[in-house]
Design a protein around this ligand. Sequence first.
Ligand code: CUA
Length: 354
Amino acid sequence: MTSSKGLPRKNFTFGRAFLLLIAALPGTLAAQSADEVRSVQNIFAPIGAPAEMIHQTSILVLLICLGIFVIVGGLLFYAVVRYRHRPTDDDTTEPPQVYGSTAIELAWTVPPILIVVVLALATARTVGEIQNPKFAADPLQIRIVGHRFWWELHYPKYNITAANEIHVPVSYLSTPHPVELTLASADVAHGFWVPELNGKQWLVPDKETKWWIQPTSLGIYLGNCTVLCGYQHANMLIRIVVQTPEDFEKWISQQRQPANQNPNAEAGHKAFESNSCGSCHTIEGTISQGVFGPNLTHFMSRQTLGAGVAPNDDANLKSWLHDPQILKPGCLMPDMKLDQTQFDEILAYLKTLN
Ligand code: CUA
């Protein structure tokens, strides 16, 4: 029997098994589509340098702990079976008591100390390497500001402000594209965690923290805020869109365009401004320059609404505009109580912001 390409079945199976093996190796997952959402957040499937370092350390720790578990559990099991109560046991005399055995004292102090030293050194090395990275190329800089309950994004080199969906180029072995994140908070403490790309990092008011990622496979990686920051903490979702360098450049040049000024949506533009939407939202090139909510200049280029709470489609957008508290109760955008005409006009306007 042959496969569609005429290979003997035996080779096909071997080749498939080999591919599966390669795919199972961390960080070598064959490049997939940039649109694929990696919906399972898995620390055991690291993609890219920092997550792989953490993964290796965690495997070392788990193996050592497994060894301890097998030895301690095995000795316990042996003792329970070997010294279990038997009907012939003499219950009137004490078993032999052992005091001050140097061999036993050394056995239960020296190996644990050595194990702790090994774990501490291995962990300190990984922490050091992640906190003081030696980038193989000039990293792309992104500044991320945590807000209750969304993410403000700046790409200083390109003068771009965006929100919630972090676009980065994929790293190839020959052309690494490390991404350095500068994290800050506009209000309370937040946490940044995309498990397949790196560990957790804090975002705290009045202080900047650094983090980095270097994804080696295309796709959309999901993460969460990891510090309880309020009512909608659980819906403060992160999307990292890892694209080919060419697609990333396209995204950059599209985001650098000024806001679309569609003459047919002028009524909506005016309604947006007269309802003070612009005191919270910026639309570049207009008088709307608010910074409390996400920048909406290229709003329609986003996949989701409300920091990942729902797909950015027609029904959800209508629901959001009608009352954001329906999709995201407790979010800081109020129900604007728009009348039907204003609602329709603003909806039409938002849909032009691509
Ligand atoms: Cu931000 Cu939890």
